[in-house]
Ligand binder design. Structure first.
Ligand code: UD1
Length: 427
């Protein structure tokens, strides 16, 4: 199994190109199921999750073809075509590997009038139920049945009529599923307390480019008027704000300066505000964002929240950075239970962190030391890489498949700015 080896202590300086957003890609890809025409997605990140998702779509009858990259483009271009839906079943094996597979539920139901998707089951960062996805689809007229570990959704007259739903808790995935189902309904759907993440805006923009009718984009009240059919189009995935934020923390933790080329400042204000509060200089430049750490890091108080709040997907990386701050930082995780799995590993590297339920106090330490470390989720793994960049000696991060799910060419990007980092393949 591969591992990442880092010798810490290098000050990072230079430019990193930000890839297309994983979480946007995973909701734009299933939109191919909504039309029998070709959908071309550009700026797709080269990630294991994107490959897995395209395999899932192949199994449902969509063809996927990776195209040549346009000049100056860093991501991949893929053309997807679902002339027919060959199967309306997303099997356990696929959904188990990648929880975002649940995002085929809404589009399959909308296009084929039925969909059967394996229940995702538990997950390393908490229970992560899908009840809100199902309640929203029910409010739009779907009949839902749960049996033998699968959820089956049917539109009784072939198409959903549409309807109103108010989310009791903000859910990114449930908002996405509801949107993709609503665009082909016979009537109007209104979603209240919808998620407002930039990835949701990206999804709405793609659906509109395909002929969908959506009002309130970017707000928590979305109004969707169903249309008879959608057409294909060519669309570029938005830049990854979490990848950009992670490399900003790499600048912070190593006292470096990194230009995040292509990062979109407007999507990242909670992150850039936190970076500034930690004492980093954040400059919004023409090509992206430059982050420079030229003073000792200051401690922070951070509470995760749905967008526009501070993203839960940045909590672990900030925690690693704050291990080096001068003083005590306070972190609160309000979105997922069990999202402090990186703490015991950071402690093994010399961090001083107390966890009580959903709160954590990070007592700044003078330095970290390299160790073998492994984490059980993507962002937690990145926090160990960040710690390794500043730790004395060598750090070996195991279970690299987590990183490969969400960070494109991680070692390449970090070595280009001066890190001593490499991937080793065992055996
Ligand atoms: C998405 C992101 C993930 C990010 C998360 C929160 C993707 C592929 N993943 O995950 O990286 O960390 O948003 O920003 O885009 N909930 C329910 N019932 C449901 C659905 C969710 O109770 O049916 C709860 C969850 O347990 C959690 C909260 O709602 O406590 C938010 O989860 P949600 O926004 O749905 O996260 P995902 O869409 O799974």
């Amino acid at each position: 199994m591969d591992s990442i080896h880092i010798v810490g202590g290098q000050r990072l300086e230079g430019k990193i190109s930000i890839s297309g957003a994983k979480n946007a890609a995973l909701t734009l890809l299933p939109c191919a199921l909504l039309t029998d025409e070709k959908l071309t997605l550009g700026n797709l990140p080269r990630l294991a999750d994107v490959d897995n998702f395209s395999h899932l779509l192949n199994g449902l009858g969509a063809s996927t073809k990776v195209e040549g990259v346009k000049k100056g483009e860093i991501g991949r271009r893929m053309t997807l075509e679902a002339k027919d839906i060959a199967s309306t079943v997303a099997p356990y094996d696929m959904v188990r590997k990648m929880r975002a597979s649940i995002l085929v539920l809404g589009p399959m139901l909308a296009r084929a009038g039925e969909a059967t998707v394996s229940l995702p089951g538990g997950c390393a960062i908490g229970d992560r139920p899908i009840d809100l996805h199902l309640r929203a689809l029910e409010a739009m007229g779907a009949e839902i049945e749960l049996a033998a570990g699968y959820v089956k959704a049917v539109a009784p007259k072939g198409r959903l009529p549409g309807g109103d739903y108010s989310f009791p808790v903000v859910s990114v995935g449930a908002t996405e599923n509801a949107l993709m189902a609503a665009v082909l309904a016979t009537g109007r759907t209104q979603l209240f307390n919808a998620a407002r993440e930039p990835e949701i805006v990206d999804l709405c923009n793609l659906l509109v480019a395909m002929g969908g009718r959506i009002g309130g984009i970017g707000s928590s009240h979305l109004i969707i008027d169903g249309v008879e059919g959608l057409h294909g189009c060519d669309y570029d995935v938005m830049p990854d704000r979490i990848e950009a934020g992670s490399y900003a923390c790499a600048a912070g933790i190593t006292g470096g300066s990194i230009e995040l080329v292509g990062a979109r400042a407007a999507d990242m204000l909670a992150i850039t505000n936190a970076l500034s509060a930690a004492g980093l200089v954040v400059e919004f430049i023409e090509k992206g964002i430059r982050v420079t750490a030229d003073k000792p890091l200051k401690p922070l108080a951070i509470s995760t929240a749905p967008y526009p709040g501070f993203p839960t997907d940045m909590q672990a990386q900030f925690m690693a950075m704050l291990c080096l701050a001068q003083g005590e930082s306070f972190l609160e995780e309000t979105i997922f239970e069990n999202r402090y799995m990186h703490v015991p590993e950071l402690r093994r590297m010399g961090a001083n962190i107390d966890v009580r339920g959903r709160s954590a106090i990070v007592h700044g330490v003078g330095g970290l030391t390299g160790a073998q470390a492994m984490a059980t989720d993507l962002r937690a793994s990145m926090s160990l890489v960040l710690a390794g960049l500043v730790a004395k000696g060598e750090t070996e991060v195991l279970r690299v498949y987590h990183l490969d799910r969400g960070y494109e060419r991680l070692e390449e990007k970090l070595s280009a700015v001066g890190a001593t980092i490499e991937r080793r393949t065992a055996g």
